[in-house]
Write a protein that binds this ligand. Structure first.
Ligand code: IPM
Ligand code: MG
Length: 359
């Protein structure tokens, strides 16, 4: 039997509650004999800063490197936002992405029928929407050098960052995008700002070159401003969207709102060997932290992505996804997905319901 060595990094805010529920479900699958589990927990983000003075301590990074996969809760703590940038909680996730070379970020955004009415758009615009955003995660203006705040000759301050992509960085994420499209609807929309930015002209050129290896995938290109508009106008036109780091950050938050609840959306960040970090795309939600109110479904669905992408355990992944579907249909519901007629519950009650649905 396969032993899954997973680093569990709960992080800040609601992170500990939601990862705890996902771990309970993984443990149930292990009890049922699908795999053996080796779990190691460590602090990350603000929690790690408080316990050891750094958001990504050496020991946490080493654990993440040694494990087969990382289950990540969330990081972020407003009370630490005045720290120097390198000590802020967000640096933990950026550091993990960089050190583990997790360049491929998969963010599926689908509308469950039960939640179509909860979307900020009309139900008929979003019902049936099922798109996958593939975001490059270790390059672009997020990591480009030089960057900083400097003093100009006239004495005023100037902030600057560097947008950059090498050809090989674009090529490897493009392959991920085309291969994902091959497994879905065979359509890939590459997002850029090639009308203004040189970096993204190269992006468009390289993606077009790579497309010749995938004749069964229909490639289109879209400027990022138009993509933001089209997501609101007709989100069902998209199958797979391929983006750089910055544009994908923005568009994936936009897409999440179309689905009815940001509490439902999982993500995977993969390296070249399918080792991955799995996290819900919502943040640490400090306003509801510790109150047993958070929806753990996005984390459970992230665990399902882990079983699928890193461990190749498709049946176990589907078992988790089906448990989520069943509870969505019958309740109980956390506040973010509440509907008339459904009993209400909290984070741990949702974990209980998912366990029952898993059987
Ligand atoms: C995300 C988040 C991160 C990002 C932050 C927390 C650094 O917004 O995963 O989308 O900007 O990538
Ligand atoms: Mg973001």
């Amino acid at each position: 039997m396969k032993t899954l060595h997973i680093a569990v990094l709960p992080g800040d805010g609601i992170g500990p509650e939601i990862t705890h529920q996902a771990v309970r479900l993984l443990q149930r699958l292990a009890e049922q004999g699908h795999f053996a589990l080796e779990l190691d927990h460590a602090d990350v983000g603000g929690a790690a800063y408080r316990s050891s003075g750094h958001p990504l301590p050496e020991a946490t990074l080493r654990l993440a490197q040694q494990a087969d996969a990382v289950l990540f809760g969330s990081v972020g703590d407003f009370s630490l936002d005045t720290l120097p940038r390198e000590l802020r909680p967000e640096q933990a996730i950026l550091g993990l992405r960089k050190h583990l070379q997790l360049f491929a970020n998969l963010r599926p955004a689908m509308v469950y029928p039960e939640l179509a009415a909860a979307s900020s758009l009309k139900p008929e615009v979003v019902a049936g929407m099922d798109l996958l955003i593939i975001r490059e995660l270790t390059g672009d203006i997020y990591f480009g050098q030089p960057r900083g705040i400097r003093i100009l000759e006239n004495g005023e301050r100037e902030g600057f960052d560097t947008m950059r992509y090498s050809e090989s960085e674009i090529r490897r994420i493009a392959h991920i995008g085309f291969q994902a499209a091959q497994k879905r609807g065979h359509r890939l929309c590459s997002v850029d700002k090639a009308n203004v930015l040189e970096t993204t002209q190269l992006w468009r050129d390289v993606v077009t070159e790579v497309s010749s290896e995938y004749p069964d995938v229909a490639l289109s290109h879209m400027y990022v401003d138009n993509a933001a508009m089209q997501l609101l106008k007709n989100p069902k036109q998209f199958d797979v969207m391929l983006t750089g780091n910055m544009f994908g950050d923005i568009l994936s938050d936009e897409a999440s709102m179309l689905t009815g609840s940001i509490g439902m959306l999982p993500s995977a960040s993969l390296d070249a060997n399918n080792k991955g970090l799995y996290e819900p795309i919502h943040g640490s939600a400090p306003d509801i932290a510790g109150k047993d109110l958070a929806n753990p479904m996005a984390t459970v669905l992230s665990a399902a992505m882990m079983l699928r992408y890193t461990f190749g355990l498709e049946a176990s992944a589907v078992a988790l996804e089906n448990a989520v579907r069943r509870v969505l249909a019958t309740g109980p519901a956390t506040a973010d997905i509440a509907r008339p007629g459904l009993a209400s519950t909290g984070c741990s009650g949702m974990g209980d319901a998912l366990l029952a649905a898993l059987g």
